[in-house]
Design a protein around this ligand. Structure first.
Ligand code: ADP
Ligand code: ADP
Length: 230
């Protein structure tokens, strides 16, 4: 369940312009099993964000197969949520921490009491107790990233797609957040695909690390099993 299946996936942003299209991503084959913590590692510009955005359903594929539990991915779905590098871009500045975390639940018309229970739980899980009534502007980068994570978790997607979520944080905060994410993953057992260009981060976090080659026409060239450090 919640297994992501990718076969001969290709992406071109200039389809139809040439007999030989320019592929950003060419022939990616990958299976990520439900509950797995998978790392996608590769240099900047190799197509990691594009691949993640295709799994999220934000970006359409050009060729190949891309499915979750046998169901073709055509658009965004509640089973998948993306966490971005820039928390600012995803938080509403006019809403408090709690209101941001509850936003998706409100959209789903979850009753107030349940929303509250859920936001309490996830605010606690990411270590933001005591900050519920603050606005994003009053928070540090690491705290904003926690809010983004709490909001995504409150929506309870089966699959977390994380696009260099700690890339904009200072080294100390990044380390803290990495440990937090490990703890959260251990507690929730979500399927995670975590994109990074940082080898140390990849080795620290992942069970399996897929190496994406430098473009043009990137592929996943190797997959390494990493002995869990936690
Ligand atoms: P990464 O996440 O590994 O840094 P990206 O997926 O962001 O790589 O980008 C891979 C390549 O695809 C880059 O050359 C980028 O310029 C190109 N690209 C990404 N999005 C688009 C788009 N919407 N239109 C055209 N080219 C794009
Ligand atoms: P990076 O910092 O990893 O290069 P970017 O933020 O530049 O990532 O985005 C990389 C690519 O991911 C974009 O070119 C775009 O194709 C895709 N992307 C990012 N955010 C969205 C979004 N909200 N909707 C659709 N595509 C997105």
């Amino acid at each position: 369940t919640n297994t992501i299946f990718i076969e001969r996936l290709r992406k071109s942003f200039s389809a139809g312009t040439a007999a030989e299209p320019h592929y950003i991503i060419k022939d990616v084959d990958l299976v990520v099993k439900g509950g797995e913590f998978f790392i996608l590692l590769g240099p900047s510009g190799c197509g990691k964000s594009t691949l993640l955005s295709m799994i999220a359903g934000f970006v359409g594929k050009t060729e190949g197969r891309l499915s979750v539990d046998g169901e073709e991915i055509r658009k965004p779905g509640r089973d998948r949520a993306m966490v971005f590098q820039q928390a600012d871009a995803s938080l509403f500045p006019w809403l408090t921490v709690r209101e941001n975390v509850e936003f998706g639940l409100r959209m789903k018309h979850i009753p107030r009491k349940e929303r509250r229970e859920s936001s309490d739980r996830f605010i606690r899980l990411v270590g933001l107790e005591g900050h519920e009534d603050k606005f994003p502007d009053a928070l540090s980068g690491g705290m904003k990233q926690r809010v983004q994570l709490a909001r995504v978790l409150a929506n309870d997607p089966a699959i977390l797609l994380m696009d260099e979520p700690f890339g904009a944080l200072d080294a100390m905060t990044r380390r803290t957040m990495q440990n937090e994410l490990i703890r959260i993953w251990q507690e929730t057992r979500k399927t995670v695909i975590f994109v990074t260009h940082d080898i140390q981060e990849a080795i620290l976090l992942g069970q399996r690390v897929g190496i994406m080659s430098v473009g043009p026409a990137s592929r996943i060239t190797d997959i390494y099993e990493v002995p869990l450090s936690y």
